[in-house]
Design a protein around this ligand. Structure first.
Ligand SMILES: [Zn+2]
Length: 408
């Protein structure tokens, strides 16, 4: 009979923004799987470890080599449970990933269900899913990112500089500054010629610090991002002039709703999203990799509109008994639990009425289940079937941090 606790073998992709070799947490986690043939090469970028059943990068059952999806298909009721099964079928509705970020990811958004189905109909190779993709990102280390838009007053005050006024709408429309104005500005910034991008950044960089006031922090960011891509990348203008730049500490998280603009910049994170791989890219990538600007601007929303609204606070979870918090975004496909234990501490995780995937992000210890006592080490990943309690325990003089994404 299939056990409810299934250790997984996951793999890592190699996008050029990933951290190299042993610097990459995603690679380190993959290499920790017992008996794996995964070897870290020093000059290779390792960007994302995927955990779950998404067909392009599926996880495998460690003990048998079978695809996790095949095991779920054969044990639907036991592992997934009727409730989630009736809603989503035997495909896991969520997809957790570990990201190790050395430089900015493409400036992107994930289209809502309507636009996703349209795109999927037209080009199912490029847009494999008719689904939306709300996502959360929880920092595992210091994490820098651009997400959502700055408050309108802040953007307005930047666009009062003479060298930015060319991007403003003229006439009647130019008399107010609202989300419609911002929509216009984003289009104008993203359509600007390369030499204009270069010139505008140069103008900004030569302003005296006092004149820039609250915007002076951008002086260090411009050269940094220009170094990562090209001085003519349109994404630079949108990210720095219009978007919130945030720095999170380990354990802090953001929620990125469908259609919301974002570009992660540096650090290691655990991400969880609805099951989809759809993305519209518009900057921080070569011209050829950018999607239609018209589609991007049609999908784009203006939420969240300041950094505080992007934050997803964690709350104590009733799944645990005091040492477990939950990140519960307003997306029905998933929540994420985080349990942190030290020095032999224990924590019981109550039954979850749906499928889940857990990953040990730090330290070591053990997990007691109704049938086994399992060893836990940093980087180990397990699928856990619905309806079973477990008990986590940190090593006597160590720590143990476990994240667990679930749907119920
Ligand atoms: Zn994203």
């Amino acid at each position: 009979m299939t056990d409810s606790f299934i250790q997984l073998k996951c793999s890592c992709n190699n996008y050029p923004w990933g951290k190299k070799g042993h610097e990459s947490l995603a690679a380190k986690y993959c290499a920790q799987t017992p008996g794996t043939d995964f070897r870290i090469e020093d000059n290779v970028e390792y960007a994302e470890m995927w955990m779950g059943t998404y067909p392009t990068t599926p996880s495998f059952v460690l003990s048998s080599g079978e695809k996790l999806q095949d095991v779920l298909n054969a044990n639907k009721e036991k592992l997934i449970g009727r409730k989630v099964l009736s809603k989503y079928g035997s495909d896991l509705p969520f997809l957790p990933k570990i990201l190790s970020i050395a430089k900015a990811l493409p400036l992107q958004l994930h289209p809502n269900k309507d636009i996703a189905s349209e795109l999927h109909k037209k080009d199912s190779d490029k847009f494999a899913d008719a689904n939306h993709k709300p996502e959360i990102a929880v920092a595992l280390s210091d994490f820098e990112l651009f997400v959502g838009f700055k408050p309108l007053e802040e953007i307005h005050s930047l666009f009062e500089f003479g060298f930015l006024q060319r991007f403003l709408p003229s006439g009647e429309k130019g008399s107010k500054f609202d989300d419609e104005t911002l929509q216009f500005i984003c289009g104008a910034l993203l359509r600007a010629r390369g030499d204009v991008v270069r010139e505008v950044v140069q103008e900004f960089q030569t302003q005296p610090k006092e004149k820039l006031g609250q915007h002076a922090y951008l002086l260090d960011l411009f050269p940094r991002i220009q170094d990562q891509y090209t001085v003519e990348d349109n994404g630079i203008l949108v990210a720095l002039f219009c978007m919130n730049y945030m720095k999170l500490k380990a354990g802090e998280a953001v929620y990125v709703p469908q259609d919301s603009i974002h570009a992660y910049l540096s650090g290691d994170i655990i991400e969880c999203m609805a099951r989809s791989d759809n993305v519209l890219n518009t900057g921080f990538c070569p011209q050829a990799d950018r999607d239609s600007l018209d589609v991007f601007l049609k999908a784009l929303t203006f939420e969240p509109h300041n950094a505080n609204k992007a934050i997803l606070p964690s709350k104590d979870s009733d799944k645990g008994s005091g040492k477990t918090v939950v990140y519960a975004p307003p997306a029905e496909e998933f929540n994420v639990l985080a349990t942190a234990l030290t020095d032999g501490e224990e924590e019981t995780i109550k039954e979850i009425h749906g499928p889940s995937i857990m990953v040990v992000t730090k330290g070591s210890g053990s997990m007691n289940t109704p049938s086994h006592n399992l060893n836990l080490k940093e980087g180990y990943v397990f699928f856990v079937g619905q309806g079973v309690e477990s008990r986590l325990k940190a090593d006597p003089k160590g720590e143990l941090v476990v994240y667990r994404a679930y749907c119920e």
